[in-house]
Design a protein around this ligand. Structure first.
Ligand code: ADP
Ligand code: MG
Length: 693
């Protein structure tokens, strides 16, 4: 928890045997780990926890009184003993097979705590063979049972009983007992936020206790405080990063703008107003001694690359080198080619550095980079490697940021001249939801290109259900018409091999739907030369149909490709579909995109695909995407126990995040030492908020 940790070993705190059981069940050995095992629900005293709050298959705990029992003989199962437990609200059945001693203990009027797996049988909540222990009947308890009795009494006195994620070897009540013991032995905790503790929320001490053992007011206020602390921890990390960069010095990249003016004069178009504004901001940043930290986001095809190129030329004019980091070799190569084409006749040396280059070529590239011969260096991860040294790196441009971690961009920037930190421009075509921008990219200033240049035609999108053979036939027909009119088609498949994979599909389509047309495959496992050859042939219009995996997702630009079919659209997430679709609609022709799916009507999957088909607004889709991802996150999190964010939901808690960010800035300015202590234990560089793949 933010700024406070109880590092005592559980074995020193807990009743004999409990620490070992907890270690085996959850892997916890320290008190703080157990304290962060938060309840998944709360049950008001006397109410059932089963029916209302739990799902089939969950381990639940029920405190109640036996109100009825029956016994019957089944030819197959033997004797079945059934107990009705009244918990103050509803009745739950507990069933025991071949019961013997249970029949003696569980008579009407006995109170007990039952723990077991919940099943629903004809709408009736049932526990099968639950573990249980009796309450208020000390006569029946063996000596070692007095611990159970103590825990039970504690629980019964709470206005709300916490229900923990449990295992059958470690039921909820035992987790509660252990947590209670840990909390009991912690003296009042001073608020780690000191004078910055939010005064409209409970204190830290109250919250750590209240989240496990809420008073009559319930757990919500305590949850709010812990949620705020989580948001604050993200905010403090970002504010510290920002403050750290402020202290660094960047090369001054002001020079009369020569090469940029040359380029602008040679472009067949004028910059849009949006491009001009963003460029003005960047130019201003580059002339400052404070390193630029800027995120440039814009739809696919919004013209980010031209803007970045003009910025790089300003750096080159000032005698500095620029690095352009691309996520894939295909993209790096394409950038190198299109940039070289645009810069024809302008005095700039471009060097491409890829992992797959022959040694001699690589040596030459490295030499050109270290000697200062090259001005613009374009490459993949290969650029980050230690062997790469720059002569005078002044500006780093990172394309498609979501593929790179914060660490990677820092490694690249560390390659600047002694004592200087290169300016940084991060570009992304995935519009970043506001909350993620505030948390993960909180240390960057954000520029946005909202309009698409050059009067582009919007893309018409259609969902094509596999079971509707009429639509499917029409879809193939439509794609053939596109080719007939001289345009090119992308077919995207979710995998390379197997049924519906790129290889099989290429084979199949060239013999059926696209017989007589030039159909080629492109995927990540092809040797990079073949990939480049195919890509070049497609760009040159020598291929009619390109069957590919998501390697085409990023950056590839072929304006004549006006149609796309995403085969098995259900395999892709919201923003991936949107990204893929962005490969078409880049020319003057009206483009079309089909989402082919076998998802059943009424399923969330079909709904998700439909939402992508319904809008081209990347920002709207980004928010939708976050909602879907968040659900996936929650599931993934519970299994791996990896995510540190236990309370914060990025798509829901925007207001708390905004507030915490402001507070974090204040803390970093007014109490930098405190800020550092607060986040001492956090390794947020490795923190994954959104899937980076
Ligand atoms: P992004 O990098 O944002 O995906 P690009 O910079 O690759 O977009 O631009 C996509 C296409 O639009 C390119 O062919 C580019 O030359 C063209 N383009 C960029 N800016 C303009 C503009 N202002 N007017 C017309 N076309 C433009
Ligand atoms: Mg691009």
């Amino acid at each position: 928890m933010l700024g406070w940790q109880d590092t005592r070993p559980l074995s020193r705190i807990l009743e004999k045997g409990e620490a070992g059981s907890i270690k085996r069940a959850f892997g916890y050995s320290k008190a703080y780990e157990l304290l962060e095992h938060f309840p998944r629900a709360y049950a008001a005293r006397g109410s059932g926890l089963a029916a209302e709050t739990a799902d089939e298959g969950e381990i639940v705990t029920i405190v109640g009184e036996v109100v009825h029992t029956t016994t019957r003989e089944s030819p197959k199962a033997g004797r079945i003993f059934q107990v009705s437990i009244h918990d103050g609200v509803g009745v739950t059945q507990a069933t025991f097979f071949r019961a013997t001693w249970q029949m003696r203990q569980l008579s009407v009027g006995v109170r007990a705590i039952f723990t077991g797996k919940l099943k629903f049988f004809r709408g009736q909540a049932q526990l099968q063979h639950p573990q249980y222990f009796l309450l208020g009947n000390l006569r029946l308890l063996k000596k070692e049972e007095s611990y159970k009795e103590r825990v039970a009494q504690l629980m019964l006195n709470l206005p709300f009983i916490p229900i923990y994620p449990a295992k059958s070897s470690m039921p909820s009540w035992r987790i509660f007992g252990a947590i209670h013991e840990v909390l009991r032995t912690i003296p009042t905790i001073e608020d780690p936020l000191q004078q910055f503790a939010p005064n409209d929320l409970p204190s830290f001490d109250a919250s750590v206790r209240g989240i496990h053992m809420p008073d009559a007011g319930g757990h919500e206020p305590y949850r709010q405080r812990l949620l705020y602390d989580e948001a604050l921890s993200l905010g403090v990390v970002m504010a510290l990063r920002k403050a750290d960069t402020r202290k660094r010095v960047a090369p001054l990249l002001s020079a009369p703008d020569q090469r940029g003016a040359q380029l602008q004069a040679s472009l067949p178009f004028d910059l849009t107003e949006g491009q001009r504004n963003v460029l003005e901001d960047i130019r201003h940043d580059l002339r400052s001694k404070e390193p630029m930290q800027r995120l440039l986001q814009g739809e696919v095809g919004s013209g980010k690359t031209v803007v970045a190129l003009l910025a790089m030329l300003q750096a080159v004019d000032a005698g500095a080198q620029c690095a352009l980091l691309a996520p894939t070799e295909v993209l790096a190569t394409q950038h190198a080619q299109s940039i070289a084409a645009m810069l024809k006749g302008i005095d700039v040396k471009i060097t491409l550095l890829k992992g797959s280059m022959p040694t001699s070529q690589r040596q030459q590239a490295l030499l050109d980079i270290v000697s200062g011969e090259s001005n613009i260096i374009i490459g993949t991860h290969a650029l980050i490697q230690e062997s790469v040294e720059f002569f005078n790196l002044g500006l780093c441009v990172v394309d498609e940021q979501h593929r790179f971690g914060v660490e990677q961009r820092d490694t690249l920037r560390a390659k600047g001249p002694d004592g200087l930190t290169p300016h940084l421009l991060v570009m992304t075509a995935t519009p970043i939801p506001r909350t993620i921008a505030m948390t993960t990219f909180g240390d960057l200033s954000v520029s946005t290109l909202r309009e698409l240049p050059g009067g582009r035609q919007p893309i018409a999108s259609y969902v094509v259900p596999a079971q509707n053979s009429l639509w499917v036939a029409r879809m193939w027909q439509r794609l053939r018409e596109e080719i007939h009119q001289g345009r090119q088609v992308y077919i995207v498949c979710p995998k390379i091999g197997g049924e519906d994979g790129v290889e099989e599909m290429t084979e199949h389509l060239s013999n059926t739907e696209f017989e007589g047309r030039r159909v080629m495959a492109l995927h990540g496992q092809m040797p990079s030369e073949s990939k480049a050859t195919v890509m070049e042939a497609f760009a040159a219009g020598l291929i009619d149909v390109l069957v590919a995996t998501t390697v085409i997702e990023v950056g590839v630009d072929v304006p004549n490709a006006a149609a796309m079919l995403i085969y098995g659209a259900d395999a892709f997430g919201v923003s991936q579909l949107h990204q893929l679709r962005g490969r078409v609609g880049r020319g003057a022709n009206k483009s079309i995109c089909f989402f082919y799916t076998s998802a059943e009507p009424g399923t969330p999957t079909l709904e998700r695909i439909g939402k992508v088909a319904d809008t081209l607004d990347g920002f709207e889709l980004a928010e939708i995407d976050l909602e879907y991802r968040q659900e996936g996150d929650v599931l993934g999190t519970e299994q791996s126990g990896h995510n540190r964010l236990k309370f914060l939901k990025l798509h829901r808690d925007a207001r708390v995040i905004a507030r915490a960010n402001d507070d974090a800035t204040a803390i970093v300015h007014q109490a930098p030492l405190l800020a550092r202590t607060l986040v001492r234990d956090i390794d947020y560089d490795r923190q994954i908020f959104i899937d980076k793949s």
